[in-house]
Design a binder for this molecule. Structure first.
Ligand SMILES: Nc1ncnc2c1ncn2[C@@H]1O[C@H](COP(=O)(O)OP(=O)(O)O)[C@@H](O)[C@H]1O
Ligand SMILES: CC(=O)N[C@@H](CCC(=O)OP(=O)(O)O)C(=O)O
Length: 299
């Protein structure tokens, strides 16, 4: 049956009413930013949200770009449990790529699409205060070894004041996942974790995590094994069963922090499919995986 255009628009009305004036934190992963066209489509959607009275906040990643830049500079990217081992030089490269390149590009695109973006890092307004993660202990061949993952941080405090100021004035904040420690050192934090913490601190209505898969899959190689809903209680089991792996772990952890702290729902969606965010937010058929706190709502 052909869906009439006017029906699509009218289906959006109750959602627009519900979301009016609410804050939504949108995390755009490096893997979602697959092409200039996709990037533009994502930003157009964000600007549309602003024009229908929603207050979007973007947190961006850029892991693949950091790796590419490191390799071009003759440096091997190494990870420990999904976190980039970040020595002095890697921190410099990460800041160059995240702040100097990706953040500026997103802010510029927002302008081109008719919105007002403003680029921020954890330094601005002392927004993301953190500390270096402790040295990790691992057992290799039966011998306990210490692994220092360098300038990788953990959020301690989020000061959302600067975000409220810019949101109140109609800007779309664009946040790089860089925190600052008490001595002023920069810290590299996974962008999903930053997005979860920011959504919690802002008491956002929703956290939307955009990546390159259509949400959580029971079998990562089988797109038909899509899981459309998970509760907070499901997450630990799915990690323990090995179903949630690699880059999906920080996403679910970020989603869990947000939802535990009052964000109504978190959604993991495929950002590399054009306008997936509009479908998730404004139509009756969601397209990703929804993370929520309590028992499953009725189908
Ligand atoms: N159960 C799972 N369902 C879907 N994706 C998974 C799952 N477990 C691991 N993944 C991996 O997580 C990746 C997304 O995380 P990541 O590469 O960090 O993306 P981003 O750069 O968007 O943050 C997927 O491309 C997929 O390979
Ligand atoms: C500590 C750590 O691993 N930080 C990440 C920050 C960027 C990020 O999270 O990017 P994606 O969202 O594209 O994965 C990194 O250096 O890759």
């Amino acid at each position: 049956m052909e869906l009439k255009r006017e029906n699509v628009l009218i289906e959006a009305l109750p959602y627009m009413q519900e979301f009016y004036d609410s804050i939504m934190v949108i995390k755009v992963g490096g893997n979602a930013m697959v092409s200039a066209q996709i990037m533009e489509d994502i930003i157009k959607d964000v600007v549309l949200l602003r024009y229908v009275g929603i207050k979007p906040v973007i947190v961006h990643g850029g892991g693949p770009e950091i790796t590419e830049k490191m390799e071009r500079m003759g440096k091997k990217a190494e990870f420990f449990q999904g976190l980039r081992i970040t020595d002095d030089e890697t921190m410099e490269i990460a800041r160059m790529v995240l702040v100097g390149n990706i953040n500026t590009k997103i802010v510029s695109l927002i302008g081109v699409c008719g919105g007002n973006g403003i680029g921020l890092t954890g330094y601005d307004g002392r927004m993301i205060l953190g500390h270096k993660q402790a040295v990790k202990k691992v057992v290799i061949n039966g011998i306990e070894t210490e692994v220092d993952i360098g300038w990788v941080g953990e959020c301690e405090v989020i000061n959302p004041d600067i975000l409220h100021i810019v949101l109140q004035n109609g800007y779309i904040p664009v946040i790089s996942p860089i925190a600052v420690d008490a001595k002023g050192n920069a810290l590299n934090i996974n962008a999903d974790i930053v997005a979860g913490d920011i959504a919690a601190a802002l008491h956002a209505k929703k956290l939307i995590l955009m990546t390159d898969v259509s949400g959580l899959l029971r079998d990562v190689n089988d797109p038909s094994s899509h899981i459309s809903r998970v509760t907070l209680d499901d997450i630990d089991n799915l990690i323990a069963e090995g179903i949630i792996q690699g880059g999906m772990i920080p996403k679910l952890k970020g989603a869990a922090v947000a939802v535990k702290n009052g964000v109504e729902r978190a959604h993991i969606i495929n950002g590399s499919v054009s306008h997936s965010m509009l479908l998730e937010l404004f139509t009756d058929c969601g397209v990703g995986t929804m993370v929520y706190k309590f028992k499953k709502p009725k189908d």
